[in-house]
Design a protein around this ligand. Structure first.
Ligand code: NAP
Length: 343
């Protein structure tokens, strides 16, 4: 930032969103607090970043609890964080110049400083900047590695994807199609069912909110049974899919959003005998397990995008103040594809 802009910004305050309280059940706006702080300045070795896009993701709900997990809980009265695309607006760090665009796990602040660690440069000429939060970011990689490293799809197999019209699901389904599978998507509205079939090329799509017998609906859509179940939602939807699983089926457990706001542990069918009888592999995973392969994953996803084999959609919400609501709306299925907030 030059002297003139710094002078102009002197009286401008920086907006920040703090974690106000741990939600019980579905998060509400009371769990977030909007505050203002003085505009930060880049010290030696630091960059000043202007937030452009903020990713809201279901896994953030886990960080709002106190439970031990693969990533530490958010601290009360501290800024929340998620993956952000930002522009470097001042730099005292040799690795970054003004105008560079970066992604990183950053705070929910309009402006913030960083020493550059954990920041990755992204190129807005290769793909839209927001794509680095979705198809070319964490959710695209999750779809790619969950399928290729755990499910190992073979042409002709039947793949069921839950949360199919979301960020991970819509990419996972398309990758399974690219690899020659029959793909059935499960989603929660007629618009999403249409999107899965027309835009993303799914063979079948089932609206779990209007279907009374999901087990039968999946059996009808998958007359040869289910070879792979890419599970984004858990709960009763997954019970219905597992009732149709084939011998040597593979089940990458990506997420269980249907349970994230539960206040009590839900009991369902015990799956062990189904897995034993059918020699099924069920494996949970976190995308960061494959961090050493991220470069390859992004290269492959970019190639499919350039070749027109892969498509993506985004729900873009406008305004810094809308970040918490956009996050809450994930639990009401208000997004198609990746939910991002444009600042
Ligand atoms: P997303 O699917 O874009 O958004 C969430 C979607 O979940 C909503 O649009 C909604 O779609 C569906 N949903 C919400 N509540 C539900 C419920 N009670 N039952 C069934 N579906 C429900 O989110 P995403 O980022 O792609 O994440 C999808 C899943 O993958 C989440 O469970 C997430 O935690 C997980 N994930 C895991 C990893 C990993 O490393 N393992 C990485 C990224 C994401 P409908 O309208 O269809 O209900």
């Amino acid at each position: 930032m030059d002297d003139k802009s710094r002078e102009q910004n002197k009286n401008v305050m920086n907006k920040v969103i703090l974690f106000n309280k741990r939600p019980v059940g579905k998060p509400t706006m009371d769990d977030f607090k909007f505050v203002e702080e003085e505009m930060p300045e880049a010290a030696t070795g630091q960059v000043l970043l202007k937030t452009l896009y903020v990713s809201v993701d279901p896994y953030l709900r886990g960080r709002m609890t106190n439970a031990k997990s693969y990533i530490p809980p958010f601290e009360l009265n501290k800024p929340l964080q998620s993956t952000v695309v930002a522009e470097v607006v001042a730099s005292n760090n040799d690795k970054f110049k003004v105008g560079d665009h970066i992604t990183g796990n950053l705070s929910w602040k309009e402006f913030q400083v960083s020493d550059g660690s954990g920041l990755n440069k992204v190129d807005g000429n290769v793909a839209s900047l927001s794509a680095y939060l979705g198809v070319l970011g964490m959710t695209g990689l999750t779809a790619y590695f969950g399928l290729t490293e755990i499910a190992h799809p073979k042409a002709g197999e039947t793949v069921v994807i839950s949360g199919a019209a979301g960020a991970v699901g819509s990419i996972a389904g398309q990758i399974a199609k690219i690899l020659g599978c029959k793909v059935i998507g499960l989603a929660g509205s007629e618009e999403k069912i249409e999107l899965l079939k027309s835009k993303f090329g799914f063979d079948e799509a089932i609206n779990y909110k209007t279907t009374t017998d999901m087990k039968q609906a999946i059996a009808d859509a998958a007359p040869n049974g289910v070879d792979i179940y890419f599970d984004n939602v858990g709960g009763e939807i997954s019970d219905a899919v597992l009732a149709n699983i084939n011998k040597f089926g593979r089940v990458p457990l990506c997420g269980s959003i249907s349970n994230y706001n539960d206040t009590e542990v839900e009991l369902g069918p015990r799956v062990q005998s189904t897995l034993v009888k059918n020699s099924v592999l069920m494996q949970g995973f976190i995308v960061s397990n494959y961090m050493d392969k991220f470069k390859d994953g992004i290269e492959q996803l970019s190639k499919w995008l350039q070749e027109g084999k892969l498509d993506y959609s985004e729900t873009v919400v406008n305004g810094f103040d809308q970040i918490p609501q956009a996050f809450i709306d994930l639990f009401d299925g208000k997004n198609s594809g990746k939910m991002v907030v444009k600042i």
